[in-house]
Design a protein around this ligand. Structure first.
Ligand code: URA
Length: 274
């Protein structure tokens, strides 16, 4: 499925639920103009191939439509960086792909970029990103050492939307899942941190509360996955020490899994003072 098809699916789903107008800001209009120019100039790049080591099958298509043929995403290139760049190339200007180290041992997966992040083209650059950087720093890691991505690469604003943080629709998730699957196939991290319920749902097919998913190891194709609260939840819950400690315990588990050194001070972060 081309990104344009994902947008068409999204628009059709909105229409089916009675939405008649979608607000398009300048960035979205530019993106559509670029798609139109490309579609009238040359056929889309042949990056969707039937089989490859990174080929990933899309989950079932939107239930309102007849079953679409499974989407397979192929990444080309000799090195990990080249293959990730080739995946990025299949997306468009308004998509936010990923950032970080293709050889990272830990991959962090969030939900979807908001409008500001789309403009900057990098995931987790706003306040939630600052919180994520703080968490990484407490672990003794820098952003450049890990790989950070999102389940969904593009979150168009919908009519009457008052925030850019709406949960991605099932169509948007289904359209983007082959990309995160392919990214995981390329990076092959030792460990994945799923930040928030959308990441857990996308990667593990789990629904329910993050509370019920955290505190234990899950598996994604042989890679250990830890589910934790999204950094924006930490921002909302303010100074709630218990939430901070729970996220930190998830990070301690990841550090142990990776064999990272953990100081006594680190072990005690966010414990109530006795
Ligand atoms: N920014 C992102 O890139 N992803 C999120 O889930 C939240 C903010």
């Amino acid at each position: 499925m081309r990104p344009a098809d994902a947008v068409i699916d999204f628009l059709e789903a909105e229409q089916a639920r009675g939405v008649s107008h979608i607000f398009l800001d300048e960035g979205a209009r530019d993106g559509l103009r670029a798609w139109f120019r490309r579609s009238t100039q040359s056929p889309p790049a042949a990056r969707i191939a039937p089989s490859s080591p990174e080929a990933v099958v899309e989950p079932p298509a939107h239930p309102a439509k007849p079953a679409a043929p499974p989407l397979q995403v192929t990444a080309e290139g000799a090195s990990k960086a080249e293959r990730l760049a080739s995946l990025l190339d299949t997306l468009r200007e308004t998509m936010v792909f990923a950032t970080g180290n293709p050889d990272a041992r830990v991959m962090l997966v969030g939900e979807a970029p908001g409008y500001e992040k789309e403009k900057k083209g990098e995931p987790f650059v706003g306040p939630a990103g600052q919180k994520l950087d703080d968490i990484l720093k407490a672990m003794g890691l820098f952003r450049r050492e890990v790989y950070i991505s999102n389940i969904v690469k593009f979150r168009p604003a919908t009519a009457r939307q008052t925030t850019n943080n709406r949960k991605p629709s099932p169509v948007e998730m289904a359209a983007c899942l082959p990309f995160i699957h392919a990214e995981i196939g390329i990076v092959r991290p030792a460990c994945i941190i799923a930040m928030g319920g959308t990441a857990a749902e996308g990667l593990l097919g789990l629904t329910g509360t993050v509370t019920s998913m955290r505190g234990l190891w899950h598996d994604f194709k042989g890679i250990r996955v830890r589910v934790t609260y999204h950094p924006s939840y930490l921002l909302q819950s303010g100074a709630n020490l218990s939430i901070k400690r729970q996220v930190w315990e998830d990070m301690l588990a990841v550090m142990e899994e990776l064999g990272m050194p953990i100081s006594a001070r680190q072990r005690g972060f966010f414990l109530p003072k006795s």
